[in-house]
Ligand binder design. Sequence first.
Ligand code: FDA
Length: 512
Amino acid sequence: SSSAASPSDDFLRCLSDKIPTEQVYTQSSSGFMAELTSSVQNPRFVTNATVRPACIVAASDASHVQAAVRCGRRSGVRLRVRSGGHDYEGLSYRAVRAETFAVLDLARLRAVRVRAGDATAWVDSGATLGELYYAIGTANPGFAFPGGACSTVGVGGYLSGGGIGLMMRKFGIGADNVLDAMIVNADGELLDRGRMGEDLFWAIRGGGGESFGVVVSWRLKLSMVPHTVAVFNIAKTAGDGGDAAAVLAKWETLILEPFLPELTIRVVLQGRTALFQCLYLGSGGCSLLAATMHAYFPELGMTTSDCHDLTWLRAMAFISLGTADAPPEGMLRRTNNLGTYVKSKSDYVRRPMGAAAWSALFTNYLSNTTAGILILEPHGGVVGGVVPDFATPYPHRAGVLYNIQYGVFWWGDAEGDNSAAARRWLDALYAAMEAAVSGNPREAFVNYRDLDIGENVVGGGDGGMTAYESARRWGERYFMGNFRRLAAVKGRVDPGDYFRNEQSIPPLLQPY
Ligand code: FDA
């Protein structure tokens, strides 16, 4: 006599005639761990203690996504959707508490179809940013897209969280450039923009992944750039006669003006070094850039010999891979990271910190370790107010000078002395920064997901619903005044709260 079949058995049976069996991995399949870890970027979430999926569905067609949603709902198995696997808390492939779920992996749904005639492209969510850059840059060297600096990030998660990078001062965030999308909703229907409606189309362009359905593909407006753009990396040192703190203090006063939207300089701080990374999208290339830097930012000491005139595609390879002769094909490599443990947090800065604060940051935090990093991503230009704060869910626009991403690395074990020391460093730095960064709320970026700022509470057990009030604590930090509208959209499109994780948007069923 056999007991009742488990939800995951029901799920597998339901899928069996809709998806090739070799694309469904159960925990006992020999390929399970390789599939699970294929895009994992943080070994914190592949330990023996990690709550793993009961199975992985490797979709290669929109119909597979629809089948996974329909079968998942019928059998009571939730899905975690994974595109590029870069989620900072691993929520695309693990759960914090015991739960039966399947991973719906989209890595095989990765086509990029460029339409040169009207400068648009359809890109599937499972493509990486590097694959997107390569397809559009080889179609026409005058085409570009405002993506991020890291080529292995998935398009699905990047656009779901808004997507910031070195081109947003000129073209807005990634999500500002989405014209249409195909989504599988909680009923398993495949809908385009016209059929999903404008409020759902608004929500998926920055409201965070997972909450509203599975976005299968996105139609993008391509940006037009000169046939060559200019890039440089210049490092400055702090302490012992180095002037990095003073240079940073000057840098933060240049973001809103006089720098034009075509000119972006982000900064990476590690140890005693500040690395200034520039992308210039205007005409005139390195020679005009050098003249501009001489006039407005002589403290950096930039000359034309620091600078490279490259096609946009090669410039993205320079930024992502670090050298001017880096072949763009290098951005097609998909890599995972199972060696270095990472924890990240984020902030937004709305008034200059000043040289004394930068100097203290180097002395008290950065020079104590080389295992910590700060990335400063300047706003201003188009992202800084041309597009209003409510145009998409991404609210960190007017008045923002820059985003800070803090990261700390360690080796050895997920939990233990190394982890504790790394966390102490990060938490002390984050506490010390409070006075300098935005407050009420202290803003954070959803794409740099951080469970320290709050986790959902689900009422009434597994079949229950995420409580709206429990989510406000983290939700208003990511989305500010847009959080409530996101919850109202969620209440309309997924009132049963099927698509959820520890930081999904809660359904607001009775707007009040
Ligand atoms: P992953 O597959 O892990 O998904 C992330 C979240 O979105 C999960 O909740 C997942 O369920 C959901 N999701 C994924 N695909 C979905 C889909 N098709 N439909 C619905 N929900 C979906 N960000 C940035 O804006 N600018 C940057 O420059 C960088 N740089 C960067 C570098 C590195 C090394 C890392 C690790 C991360 C970044 N990021 C970033 C952050 C990155 O944008 C963020 O982690 C994205 O969520 C990653 O997207 P993936 O598809 O890779 O993640």
